[in-house]
Design a binder for this molecule. Structure first.
Ligand SMILES: Nc1ncnc2c1ncn2[C@@H]1O[C@H](COP(=O)(O)OP(=O)(O)OP(=O)(O)O)[C@@H](O)[C@H]1O
Length: 208
Protein backbone atom coordinates (compact mmCIF):
# COMPACT_ATOMS: atom_id res chain seq x y z
CA UNK A 1 0.00 0.00 0.00
CA UNK A 2 1.41 3.37 -1.05
CA UNK A 3 0.65 6.64 0.64
CA UNK A 4 1.70 9.92 -0.90
CA UNK A 5 1.68 12.39 1.96
CA UNK A 6 1.95 16.13 1.53
CA UNK A 7 2.31 17.96 4.80
CA UNK A 8 2.03 21.75 5.00
CA UNK A 9 3.50 22.37 1.56
CA UNK A 10 4.25 25.94 0.62
CA UNK A 11 5.22 26.76 -2.94
CA UNK A 12 6.71 29.96 -4.27
CA UNK A 13 7.21 30.81 -7.93
CA UNK A 14 9.06 33.92 -8.98
CA UNK A 15 9.17 35.16 -5.39
CA UNK A 16 5.41 34.87 -4.92
CA UNK A 17 3.50 32.43 -2.76
CA UNK A 18 1.37 30.23 -5.02
CA UNK A 19 -0.11 28.05 -2.25
CA UNK A 20 0.75 27.61 1.39
CA UNK A 21 0.37 24.94 4.05
CA UNK A 22 -1.25 22.49 1.65
CA UNK A 23 -1.76 19.06 3.18
CA UNK A 24 -3.30 15.94 1.65
CA UNK A 25 -2.81 12.19 1.43
CA UNK A 26 -3.35 10.01 -1.62
CA UNK A 27 -3.30 6.24 -1.27
CA UNK A 28 -2.92 3.31 -3.67
CA UNK A 29 -5.92 2.98 -5.93
CA UNK A 30 -6.88 6.65 -5.82
CA UNK A 31 -7.11 9.16 -8.65
CA UNK A 32 -7.11 12.79 -7.59
CA UNK A 33 -8.26 15.59 -9.83
CA UNK A 34 -6.40 18.79 -9.01
CA UNK A 35 -8.68 21.68 -9.81
CA UNK A 36 -8.66 25.44 -9.42
CA UNK A 37 -8.64 28.61 -11.49
CA UNK A 38 -5.81 29.60 -13.81
CA UNK A 39 -2.72 30.38 -11.77
CA UNK A 40 -3.93 28.53 -8.65
CA UNK A 41 -0.84 26.34 -8.72
CA UNK A 42 -2.01 23.04 -10.21
CA UNK A 43 0.99 22.64 -12.51
CA UNK A 44 3.30 23.90 -9.77
CA UNK A 45 2.01 21.22 -7.39
CA UNK A 46 2.62 18.44 -9.91
CA UNK A 47 6.10 19.78 -10.69
CA UNK A 48 6.84 20.00 -6.99
CA UNK A 49 5.88 16.35 -6.43
CA UNK A 50 7.97 15.36 -9.47
CA UNK A 51 10.96 17.13 -7.93
CA UNK A 52 11.16 19.75 -10.68
CA UNK A 53 10.29 22.61 -8.34
CA UNK A 54 11.50 22.97 -4.77
CA UNK A 55 9.02 23.38 -1.93
CA UNK A 56 9.63 26.48 0.14
CA UNK A 57 8.60 24.50 3.19
CA UNK A 58 6.70 21.39 4.12
CA UNK A 59 7.20 17.68 3.57
CA UNK A 60 6.43 15.22 0.81
CA UNK A 61 6.87 11.51 1.27
CA UNK A 62 5.82 8.32 -0.49
CA UNK A 63 5.23 5.73 2.22
CA UNK A 64 5.55 2.16 1.02
CA UNK A 65 7.59 3.24 -1.99
CA UNK A 66 11.06 2.22 -3.07
CA UNK A 67 13.47 3.36 -0.33
CA UNK A 68 16.32 3.36 -2.87
CA UNK A 69 14.59 5.79 -5.22
CA UNK A 70 13.67 9.44 -4.86
CA UNK A 71 10.01 10.43 -5.05
CA UNK A 72 10.63 11.95 -8.50
CA UNK A 73 12.07 8.66 -9.72
CA UNK A 74 8.84 6.94 -8.71
CA UNK A 75 6.69 9.44 -10.59
CA UNK A 76 5.65 9.79 -14.19
CA UNK A 77 5.42 13.48 -14.93
CA UNK A 78 3.45 14.31 -18.08
CA UNK A 79 3.60 18.06 -18.53
CA UNK A 80 2.82 20.44 -21.35
CA UNK A 81 6.18 19.86 -23.00
CA UNK A 82 6.96 16.37 -24.19
CA UNK A 83 10.63 16.62 -25.21
CA UNK A 84 10.42 14.57 -28.39
CA UNK A 85 13.02 14.86 -31.11
CA UNK A 86 11.21 15.84 -34.29
CA UNK A 87 13.66 14.08 -36.61
CA UNK A 88 13.36 10.73 -34.81
CA UNK A 89 10.41 8.47 -35.54
CA UNK A 90 7.58 7.84 -33.11
CA UNK A 91 9.02 4.39 -32.32
CA UNK A 92 12.54 5.80 -31.85
CA UNK A 93 11.32 8.53 -29.50
CA UNK A 94 9.35 6.03 -27.44
CA UNK A 95 12.33 3.66 -27.33
CA UNK A 96 14.62 6.47 -26.18
CA UNK A 97 12.35 7.58 -23.34
CA UNK A 98 11.51 4.04 -22.30
CA UNK A 99 15.19 3.25 -21.98
CA UNK A 100 16.02 6.60 -20.35
CA UNK A 101 13.25 6.31 -17.75
CA UNK A 102 14.00 2.71 -16.87
CA UNK A 103 11.34 0.68 -18.72
CA UNK A 104 9.64 -2.09 -16.83
CA UNK A 105 6.23 -1.66 -18.46
CA UNK A 106 4.62 -3.24 -21.49
CA UNK A 107 6.42 -3.49 -24.86
CA UNK A 108 6.51 -0.38 -27.03
CA UNK A 109 4.49 -1.88 -29.93
CA UNK A 110 1.71 -2.84 -27.51
CA UNK A 111 1.75 0.63 -25.95
CA UNK A 112 1.54 2.30 -29.37
CA UNK A 113 -1.31 -0.02 -30.31
CA UNK A 114 -3.18 0.85 -27.11
CA UNK A 115 -2.77 4.59 -27.70
CA UNK A 116 -3.74 4.27 -31.35
CA UNK A 117 -0.41 5.38 -32.80
CA UNK A 118 0.97 2.03 -34.05
CA UNK A 119 0.36 3.10 -37.66
CA UNK A 120 2.55 6.16 -37.03
CA UNK A 121 5.52 4.23 -35.64
CA UNK A 122 7.84 5.06 -38.54
CA UNK A 123 6.77 8.69 -38.94
CA UNK A 124 9.12 11.44 -37.69
CA UNK A 125 7.63 12.86 -34.48
CA UNK A 126 7.90 16.34 -35.97
CA UNK A 127 5.05 15.46 -38.34
CA UNK A 128 2.60 14.48 -35.61
CA UNK A 129 -0.58 16.43 -34.90
CA UNK A 130 -1.04 17.82 -31.40
CA UNK A 131 -3.30 14.94 -30.36
CA UNK A 132 -0.99 12.31 -31.85
CA UNK A 133 1.92 13.88 -30.03
CA UNK A 134 -0.01 13.77 -26.79
CA UNK A 135 -0.79 10.10 -27.36
CA UNK A 136 2.92 9.41 -27.88
CA UNK A 137 3.66 11.20 -24.60
CA UNK A 138 1.06 9.08 -22.84
CA UNK A 139 2.48 5.84 -24.30
CA UNK A 140 5.39 6.29 -21.88
CA UNK A 141 2.99 5.68 -19.01
CA UNK A 142 2.64 2.13 -20.28
CA UNK A 143 6.22 1.30 -21.30
CA UNK A 144 7.74 2.64 -18.08
CA UNK A 145 6.45 1.30 -14.80
CA UNK A 146 6.09 3.98 -12.13
CA UNK A 147 3.51 3.98 -9.33
CA UNK A 148 2.68 7.70 -9.21
CA UNK A 149 1.32 9.42 -12.31
CA UNK A 150 1.35 13.22 -12.40
CA UNK A 151 -0.65 14.33 -15.41
CA UNK A 152 -0.98 17.97 -16.38
CA UNK A 153 -4.02 18.51 -18.59
CA UNK A 154 -3.71 14.95 -19.93
CA UNK A 155 -6.79 15.20 -22.15
CA UNK A 156 -5.57 18.35 -23.92
CA UNK A 157 -5.76 17.91 -27.70
CA UNK A 158 -7.21 14.39 -27.39
CA UNK A 159 -10.27 13.45 -29.42
CA UNK A 160 -13.21 11.71 -27.74
CA UNK A 161 -11.95 8.22 -28.59
CA UNK A 162 -8.48 8.95 -27.21
CA UNK A 163 -9.97 10.48 -24.07
CA UNK A 164 -11.82 7.19 -23.49
CA UNK A 165 -8.60 5.22 -24.04
CA UNK A 166 -6.78 7.43 -21.56
CA UNK A 167 -9.62 7.00 -19.05
CA UNK A 168 -9.33 3.22 -19.30
CA UNK A 169 -5.53 3.35 -19.00
CA UNK A 170 -5.86 5.49 -15.87
CA UNK A 171 -8.56 3.23 -14.43
CA UNK A 172 -6.27 0.21 -14.89
CA UNK A 173 -3.41 2.02 -13.16
CA UNK A 174 -5.44 2.79 -10.05
CA UNK A 175 -7.04 -0.68 -10.11
CA UNK A 176 -3.56 -2.18 -9.86
CA UNK A 177 -2.58 -0.02 -6.88
CA UNK A 178 -1.24 3.06 -8.62
CA UNK A 179 -1.76 6.70 -7.70
CA UNK A 180 -2.80 9.46 -10.08
CA UNK A 181 -2.86 13.22 -9.61
CA UNK A 182 -4.21 14.96 -12.67
CA UNK A 183 -4.52 18.72 -13.10
CA UNK A 184 -7.42 19.44 -15.36
CA UNK A 185 -10.25 21.83 -16.03
CA UNK A 186 -12.46 19.10 -17.48
CA UNK A 187 -13.71 15.61 -16.60
CA UNK A 188 -11.27 12.69 -16.68
CA UNK A 189 -13.79 9.93 -17.24
CA UNK A 190 -13.13 7.90 -14.11
CA UNK A 191 -14.02 8.20 -10.42
CA UNK A 192 -11.81 10.85 -8.82
CA UNK A 193 -11.36 12.69 -5.58
CA UNK A 194 -11.17 16.46 -5.88
CA UNK A 195 -8.22 18.46 -4.60
CA UNK A 196 -9.15 22.07 -5.08
CA UNK A 197 -6.55 24.82 -5.09
CA UNK A 198 -8.63 27.85 -4.44
CA UNK A 199 -6.75 30.99 -5.18
CA UNK A 200 -6.50 32.53 -8.62
CA UNK A 201 -3.51 34.44 -9.93
CA UNK A 202 -1.98 36.86 -9.25
CA UNK A 203 -0.43 35.13 -6.27
CA UNK A 204 0.31 37.08 -3.12
CA UNK A 205 3.77 38.62 -2.77
CA UNK A 206 6.00 37.03 -0.18
CA UNK A 207 6.08 38.94 3.09
CA UNK A 208 9.42 40.62 3.71
N1 LIG B 1 8.76 29.62 -13.74
C1 LIG B 1 7.97 30.48 -13.10
N2 LIG B 1 8.47 31.63 -12.61
C2 LIG B 1 7.68 32.50 -11.94
N3 LIG B 1 6.38 32.30 -11.73
C3 LIG B 1 5.84 31.19 -12.20
C4 LIG B 1 6.60 30.21 -12.91
N4 LIG B 1 5.77 29.21 -13.25
C5 LIG B 1 4.56 29.52 -12.77
N5 LIG B 1 4.59 30.71 -12.14
C6 LIG B 1 3.47 31.38 -11.47
O1 LIG B 1 2.95 30.47 -10.51
C7 LIG B 1 1.54 30.61 -10.43
C8 LIG B 1 0.92 29.23 -10.58
O2 LIG B 1 1.14 28.77 -11.91
P1 LIG B 1 0.68 27.31 -12.34
O3 LIG B 1 1.11 27.11 -13.76
O4 LIG B 1 1.11 26.35 -11.34
O5 LIG B 1 -0.92 27.46 -12.26
P2 LIG B 1 -2.07 26.51 -12.81
O6 LIG B 1 -3.07 26.39 -11.71
O7 LIG B 1 -1.50 25.26 -13.35
O8 LIG B 1 -2.68 27.40 -13.97
P3 LIG B 1 -3.44 27.03 -15.35
O9 LIG B 1 -4.84 26.59 -14.99
O10 LIG B 1 -3.45 28.32 -16.09
O11 LIG B 1 -2.63 25.97 -16.06
C9 LIG B 1 1.12 31.61 -11.49
O12 LIG B 1 0.90 32.86 -10.87
C10 LIG B 1 2.32 31.66 -12.41
O13 LIG B 1 2.46 32.94 -13.00
Amino acid sequence: MLRLIADALTCQRGGRVVFSHLSFTVTSGEAVQVTGPNGAGKSSLLRLIAGLVRAESGRLVLEGGDPEASLGEQCHYCGHQDAFKGSLTVAENLAFWTDFLGGGGIAAPAAMERLGIAHLADLPAGYLSAGQRRRLALARLLTVSRPVWLLDEPTAALDVTSQAVLASVMAEHVATGGIILAATHGPLGLPVRDLSLGRAAPAAPVAA
